[in-house]
Design a protein around this ligand. Sequence first.
Ligand code: URA
Length: 260
Amino acid sequence: MQERLQKILAKAGLSSRRSAETMITEGRVMVNGKVVTELGTKSDPEADKITLDGKPVSVSKKRVYLILNKPAGYVTTLSDPGGRPVVTGLIKDIKERVFPVGRLDFNTEGLLLLTNDGEWANTLAHPSHEVEKEYLVKIRGDLSPDKIAQLSEGIKLEDGWTAPAKVDIIRVLEKNVWFTIVIHEGRYRQVRRMCEAIGLPLVKLKRIRYGKILLGELKAGEYRVLDPSEAKLLAGTDANVTRTDERKPFKKQRTVPGKR
Ligand code: URA
């Protein structure tokens, strides 16, 4: 069956559809020995010989979905020109070639999904899907009610106002505050930029939930295979947690008397 090349590359688990487009325009894809750079080009993966960087592209049937607790100090790109460690290097016993769904910054920790299913990754990453992402944030200093209101109502960043977010204080210590923030946009360095914009010195950032999937007990660097029902949940229309009683990852705690 004839399909667009970017879809074939995504199905083959080589990338999301969007980065497949870049691979094509960069001239890295050949069909039957000819470089194809035009994005609308269709091909039949059963009949044509498709290669990426000279290596054959095969549309394998087995789809793999993983959840990883990304440690700080890893990049979520597939390679790093500066030689920094890549998250896929942490995946040891999975023979399918998986790639991260979306990104987390080098110093951000926590829940990262990986897959070889480009279509699934595409669905999740599409802004219209509005999957909730919940982050645990540690800042230096205090978090005033005014700043909570700003984070919750929206903050003007270079690329426009952020959508309303849900903020909950988890723990107030003498020198730090821990809070959670739930956003559904996936803008570049969004939480860090939101904090920067209102003068909150961010010390630690960890993603603890993606839609209904919780990071849970996975230790830094550990991963597990999502079962198909979890993967399906995420891509469905009911991807987000709405009932907070479904999860109890943190106990709210006030450590400093008199502080919020
Ligand atoms: N927001 C950020 O600032 N960084 C991330 O890695 C994820 C969300």
